[in-house]
Design a protein around this ligand. Structure first.
Ligand code: NCD
Ligand code: ZN
Length: 423
């Protein structure tokens, strides 16, 4: 039983307890005076009880980069962050570009502390030249495909991929970056890159591909999901496209909504990420896009990198930041939105994009108990040494955030209790 909280779900907000049996919710919304003997009671006093969070963009690094993260450590970080499901990105080694690798990652995720869904790559080896066997991956339940880490550069190939995806009923997700324009850039191109002497990549490198994919979406009538949007003009283009009826969705990361290129001033590689941290105006546009629904979801782009890799000079270090354990706290602290809206951006809206039917559901009898309990007032300081992720590359180290996960329940199992992972 989850006792004493306020239920927040797509149907609204109401006080109530939740009774769970055999992984399934058996009652929700009433105060339970006496639970059956032997019931495990999780205290939700002062807390919001919500559908578990869903991350559209998690790099779990398995197979091939286990020194940075594994399915086990990444899913533990996810559970601590309130997630009951994550979508594992396919830029692994080898890439997730066949049924065999999809099976391997699904198998690794079977006993994980959150559900692990898989995104397949659009092209073989993410090389951008030949279409991957999307059908055999879709047959295993893969619903999202992306070459994330890079964008599909060839417009004709992307058009064919969209037509293929349409026939399979799956969604293509694009990492929008024109590689010829971004080449050689290690941060956002602007005043800070000039001052620091670090070659930049212009906002237009992202915007050109957003523009092109909006055109291809119109041409094919097939949905496109935009990963980690970072510029004001990208948001404006997606806003216009939605107004004209195009079937597009978009996500933004916690770091792009509150950090800027000024963070790079100390040459600390923890602030190196793709797309790069942009200007303060861009970050404000991301927040506005989240507030008005132009951006559908917050996705972490949790991108763990080993200490040794991040210790390289700025131009040689790999881009990426971890985010699973801080996303909710950052969103609650930095967005001027009521908690209901923040939870929507982190739970049921991404669940719908990922096609995860067992997550982000209204909290009612009969549905799988995938839930998180959030203390919205709890203040805590981000300490990388105490994180569950195998990597420590968080840009929020030392920050005080307001809002923290108290419990996470996965298919009825309390996997996080009082902020502690249970296995
Ligand atoms: C990601 C990674 O490290 O895999 N890096 C990043 O800077 N975001 C790749 C990606 O999401 O583009
Ligand atoms: Zn990406």
């Amino acid at each position: 039983m989850i006792h004493g909280g306020t239920l927040v779900d797509p149907t609204g907000t109401r006080p109530g307890d939740v009774l769970i049996q055999d992984g399934v919710i058996v009652s929700a919304g009433n105060r339970v005076e006496s639970a059956p003997a032997g019931t495990v009671v999780l205290d939700a006093g002062g807390c919001v009880v919500a559908p578990g969070l869903v991350d559209l963009h998690t790099h779990l690094r398995e197979p091939g980069r286990e020194e940075a993260e594994t399915v086990e450590t990444g899913s533990r970080a996810a559970a601590l962050g309130g997630y009951t499901a994550v979508v594992a990105m396919p830029n692994t080694e080898p890439a997730i570009d066949s049924a065999a690798v999809v099976r391997q990652v699904l198998e690794l995720g079977r006993d994980a502390l959150c559900d692990v869904a898989v995104a397949g790559s659009i092209t073989v080896g993410r090389e951008g030249t030949r279409l991957a066997p999307l059908a055999e991956m879709a047959a295993l339940g893969v619903k999202l495909f992306t070459d994330d880490g890079s964008g599909v550069q060839d417009a004709r190939l992307m058009r064919r991929a969209l037509e293929y995806a349409s026939s399979l009923g799956v969604t293509l997700a694009q990492h929008c970056e024109d590689s010829s324009l971004a080449a050689g850039g290690h941060m956002h191109e602007g005043e800070w890159s000039s001052r620091l002497g670090i070659p930049g990549q212009p906002a237009e490198a992202e915007e050109l591909m957003v523009m092109r994919d909006l055109a291809l979406c119109r041409l094919t009538g097939t949905p496109v999901h935009f990963l980690h949007l970072s510029t004001a003009r990208s948001v404006a283009m997606v806003r216009g496209a939605k107004a004209s009826g195009l079937p597009v969705t978009a996500e933004a990361t916690p770091h792009h909504l509150c950090l800027t290129d000024a963070c790079v001033a100390g040459y600390d590689t923890v602030f190196k990420v793709n797309p790069p941290l942009r200007s303060a105006e861009d970050a404000a546009a991301i927040r506005a896009g989240l507030a008005d629904g132009t951006i559908d979801a917050i996705a972490t782009d949790h991108a763990p990198h080993a200490k040794e890799a991040k210790e390289a000079p700025f131009d040689q270090a790999p881009p990426g930041m971890i985010g699973l354990e801080t996303a909710l706290g950052v969103a609650l602290s930095e967005l001027d939105l009521p908690i209901e809206r923040v939870v929507a951006l982190l739970s049921w809206k991404p669940a719908a994009i990922a096609g995860l039917a067992e997550h982000g559901r209204p909290i009612t009898a009969g549905i799988p108990a995938n839930l998180c309990v959030i203390d919205p007032e709890m203040e805590w300081t981000v300490d990388p040494a105490r994180m569950a992720s195998r990597s420590r590359n968080t840009p929020f180290a030392g920050r005080t955030l307001r809002g923290r996960v108290r419990h996470t329940v996965l298919a009825g199992e309390p996997v996080v209790v009082n902020g502690q992972a249970q296995r």
